[in-house]
Design a protein around this ligand. Structure first.
Ligand code: NAP
Length: 321
């Protein structure tokens, strides 16, 4: 099969051996693969795949099952699916544990389905299972126009929460409004903590920045607020204002999806099942839609990376096979 291979940060389409399904796995003939910010880090050598995962980039795909391994039940050759991966998505075929495979939600085309696994599993597990966002609460999402942000806004809005977002400019913020955000904060000119305080503070913050925003995030939280950090775009070391943490009874949490085991408490199988149960009905009723900014052919993966890196995308960038 063909796959994207990285050599000294250069991406090229090359011939590599076909994967075959181990026990408990299926092989998917890839139709589309999601491009994630993590892929840019992996390409630069800063985010190596977890032990045992494919060296090929790509954390999510959509496609058709072409082989079923021993002991797999519930999936058959020909099924149209999407899947969460530990790696291997930038290729014509990928092998994946059967528990990480999801049916394509009714009403979603097979290419757009590749925009769902990473964002849906990340948002469902962090915003709801980890931070416990509930109806009527106020959620602040940093990077509202990102793949994660556009999905988180729609799901939280559909679940009856109020949504505030940050983005770099008014144009992006107006797009965020279309997805259900009601408090729009231009982070290049406004102090998001001050804006959130005017609105009574955030009950939950979904943060992708890390160190640079830690102190302001703590200020932006309401009493009983929960900060869940899923990205480190603004560094990893910062001072935590413990006085405010205690006075406001706050929780600070951090998670990552890729390195989790497949099975066991908090594993990917559990997250995928919970995500399909929570989010798929919202997608099938039309309340939540995949947000695809642009698609590129697999051979143009480098151009897709440049587009994501430019900061111009709203929603997901996909590769098509
Ligand atoms: N822990 C996990 O399991 C997990 C899983 C998936 C993703 N993530 C993380 O989630 C983040 C988003 O991923 P993605 O693939 O959706 O990326 P993406 O579409 O490339 O989005 C990156 C976002 O960062 C925003 N941003 C940059 N600087 C900012 C700042 N100072 N304040 C607020 N926002 C800022 C950008 O907003 P503007 O364009 O408006 O500047 C953009 O929306 C990444 O950091 C990724 O690593 C974590």
């Amino acid at each position: 099969m063909k796959a994207i291979v990285v050599e000294a940060e250069n991406l090229s389409l090359q011939d590599v051996p076909d994967p075959s399904p181990a026990a408990g796995e299926v092989v998917i003939d890839v139709v589309a693969a999601g491009v994630n910010r993590a892929d840019l880090l992996q390409r630069a050598g800063n985010y190596p795949p977890p032990p045992g995962a494919s060296e090929i980039m790509g954390l999510e795909v959509s496609g058709r099952i072409s082989a079923v391994g021993e002991g797999v039940s519930g999936w058959q050759v020909g099924d149209e699916v999407c899947a969460l991966l530990a790696g291997g998505g930038y290729a014509e075929k990928v092998a994946v544990p059967a528990e990480q495979v999801m049916q394509v939600p009714r009403g979603v085309d097979l290419v757009s389905a590749a925009a769902l696994p990473e964002v849906a599993c990340t948002v469902s597990s962090n915003v709801f299972d980890t931070a416990g966002l509930s109806t009527g609460e106020l959620l602040l999402i940093h990077g509202g126009s990102s793949g994660i942000g556009t999905h988180a806004t729609q799901v939280a809005h559909a679940m009856g929460a109020r949504v505030a977002v940050t983005a770099r400019n008014r144009e992006k913020l107006e797009r965020c409004r279309e997805f259900g955000a009601e408090i729009l904060i231009e982070y290049t000119s406004e102090d998001f903590a001050a804006v959130m305080k005017e609105h009574g503070g955030a009950d939950v913050i979904l943060d992708i920045i890390g160190a640079k925003y830690l102190a302001s995030n703590i200020k932006a939280l309401a009493t009983g607020g929960r900060l869940v950090i899923i990205g480190m775009q603004g560094g990893t070391k910062a001072e935590l204002p413990i006085g405010l943490l205690l006075a406001k009874r706050l929780s600070v949490m951090g998670t990552t999806l890729r390195a989790r085991p497949v099975h066991g408490p908090g594993g990917k199988a559990e997250i995928v099942a919970a995500t399909v149960g929570r989010t798929w009905p919202l997608i099938e009723s039309g309340k939540v839609q995949p947000v695809v900014d642009r698609t590129f052919p697999l051979a143009e993966a480098a151009a897709a990376h440049a587009h994501l890196d430019s900061g111009d995308a709203v929603g997901k960038v996909l590769l098509t096979v």
